[in-house]
Design a protein around this ligand. Structure first.
Ligand code: LMR
Length: 335
């Protein structure tokens, strides 16, 4: 919890300066390594902070036996490679964004539907419902097990010109994660989606491969995307959340008592750190403003226009995702 408090005080919201190949923990000889790969900043970011805390607690509890090595900022694998690497046994744990699972199971496309979830509280209600819980084991046959959902936050949109009404995005190239729903979302705006790994976004915004992007405040701030954009519009049009995954063969090969102990630490860290994702994103938004970035709010009328243009995208994916799953997600908004 200490790291979170440091981050909330502002001291840790700085892009980390790890060397390109460095893991965050040095393991002792004889300890069984648990490599945890992710792509975001290690500080000031909900996923980076939670992964570091999980490692610290496992390493203290299982001193001399297990050692979690966290590789942040794509220093081991990009999100596009990590799923195959996990199945191949080249890494034991990861926490990719939910948008990255569609090649393994189409139901995960639900998390990318624009304007489906009102906020992260609704996302959490859906994830903890029977339907959301069942999705964690939906990739079992492919060698991947989901253990916990981690939150980041709502997505915002930015470009090299002001985005007020949806038509402002037309004709621009936007970086997207590798998701066909996100592809359809930008096509609905008359824009051109370009699939790129997270580690390439900052450069691509600078060299003109793309003119815009969508992401959470913590990603936009910690990876400095806002410095290469005209401004960020507070669209809250979608979400970025994560599934902490393990290689099924590795996990089920652990002694049952160790699996229970490591699993319990993950449950506790997920519960504690998911509470802080909203504040970390608000803090990152504040830092963007302090550092001279522009943040635009949508008028009520313009927000309605974005909703009208983007929600028809749902229909394209309804059959693959399942109408009942969409209903369950919508129900999570109404409490
Ligand atoms: C992205 O690719 O934009 C995100 O999935 C990165 C992340 O892990 O938050």
């Amino acid at each position: 919890m200490r790291a979170i408090f440091t981050a909330l005080l502002g001291a840790a919201l700085i892009v980390p300066s790890l060397s390109a190949s460095a893991a965050q923990t040095a393991c002792d000889e004889g300890e069984q390594k648990i490599r945890f790969s992710h792509v975001v900043a290690d500080k000031g970011h909900p996923k980076g902070e939670a992964a570091a805390e999980f490692a610290a607690r496992v390493n203290a509890t299982f001193e001399g036996r297990y050692c979690v090595e966290v590789y942040p900022s794509s220093t081991l694998f990009s999100d596009d490679d990590v799923l195959d690497a996990l199945v191949a046994g080249d890494v034991e744990m990861a926490a990719p964004s939910l948008s990255k699972f569609e090649t393994y199971t189409l139901a995960f496309r639900i998390f990318d539907l624009p304007f489906l979830f009102e906020d992260i509280a609704a996302v959490e209600r859906f994830q903890t419902s029977p339907a959301g819980e069942a999705m964690k084991s939906s990739m079992r046959d492919r060698g991947i097990l989901g253990l916990a959902y981690w939150h980041n936050g709502m997505k915002q949109m930015s470009a090299n010109r002001p985005l007020k009404a949806p038509e402002d995005a037309a004709g621009l190239k936007f970086r997207i994660q590798s998701s066909d729903v996100l592809d359809a979302q930008f096509r609905a705006l008359g824009a051109e989606p370009v699939k790129l790994a997270f580690k390439d976004v900052y450069d691509a915004l600078g060299d003109g491969r793309v003119q815009g992007q969508e992401n959470t405040w913590t990603n936009i701030y910690t990876k400095k995307f806002y410095t290469r954009q005209d401004g960020v519009t507070e669209t809250n049009h979608g979400i970025i959340d994560y599934l902490v995954i393990v290689s099924r063969d590795w996990w089920e090969g652990l002694p049952a008592a160790d699996r229970a102990g490591i699993g319990q630490i993950l449950v506790e860290v997920s519960h504690e750190y998911n509470r802080f994702s909203f504040e970390l994103n608000e803090l990152a938004k504040m830092r963007i403003l302090e550092n001279g970035g522009a943040v635009r709010r949508l008028t009520k009328g313009n927000r309605e226009k974005w909703v009208d243009v983007l929600t028809p995208v749902w229909r394209q994916f309804e059959n693959e995702i399942g109408a009942s799953l969409i209903e369950a997600a919508l129900a999570s908004n109404r409490r």
